[in-house]
Ligand binder design. Structure first.
Ligand code: FNR
Length: 186
């Protein structure tokens, strides 16, 4: 069986991030044949066309290379002010360049996220999905995974302790593996 390689991006930089914890949980719950490697967005500076014109900074080159090498990308996003946080959008903006032949072009992507609120990052996820129309990335439509009241679902060490969420996450990852496989040449 071919192993599918997924790059996982968490849109929060803080150590105790619920979304970083969710990404770690996804790594642990990935089904056989799917491997998730996390890329830390702390190394990606703010997008600047002048910097880009002079050549991608090391963190950006690493991000683009990791996306290009992956069979799919899993975006694990928080929600800030009813939208996608700058850290996540900034990474997407870099990875959407150059417009022709960008790392995200024709790439299968998944979107999940966590928030302490009742809507579980829904609006952050929606904005990301909208951006993938422009990047021509193949966003999996269903299932969705919205981890609401997320602070109650992880322990102090950031381990996922909620059984129902673990079940939904495992189911999501199985579906994502099947979604990616659709686009992979035999
Ligand atoms: C938030 N938070 C938040 N939550 C939410 O459900 N909807 C929202 O619109 C916002 N807005 C918002 C703005 C800003 C600037 C911050 C810092 C936070 C709360 C947010 O979901 C919470 O801090 C999460 O824990 C952030 O994700 P990480 O860092 O835990 O992954």
């Amino acid at each position: 069986m071919t192993t599918l390689r997924v790059l996982g991006l968490a849109g929060s930089l803080r150590t105790a991030s619920l979304n970083r914890a969710l990404l770690r949980a996804a790594q642990g719950l990935a089904p056989a044949g799917l491997v998730i490697e996390a890329f830390d967005l702390i190394s990606v500076p703010l997008y600047n066309g002048d910097v880009e014109a002079a050549g991608d900074p090391a963190g950006v080159a690493a991000l683009k290379g990791a996306i290009a090498a992956a069979d799919g990308v899993l975006f694990v996003t928080p929600e800030y002010n009813h939208g996608v946080p700058a850290v996540m959008k900034n990474a997407l903006d870099w990875a959407s360049r150059p417009p022709r032949g960008a790392a995200l072009d024709a790439k299968p992507v998944g979107i999940i996220g966590a928030s302490p609120g009742q809507t579980g990052s829904a609006r952050g996820q929606s904005q990301l999905r909208q951006a993938f129309e422009f990047t021509n990335s193949y966003a999996m439509p269903q299932p969705e995974l919205l981890v609401f009241r997320a602070h109650e679902k992880f322990d102090a060490e950031g381990n996922l302790t909620d059984e129902a969420t673990a079940k939904y996450l495992a189911r999501y990852l199985e579906a994502f593996a099947a979604w990616i496989a659709r686009f992979k040449a035999p």
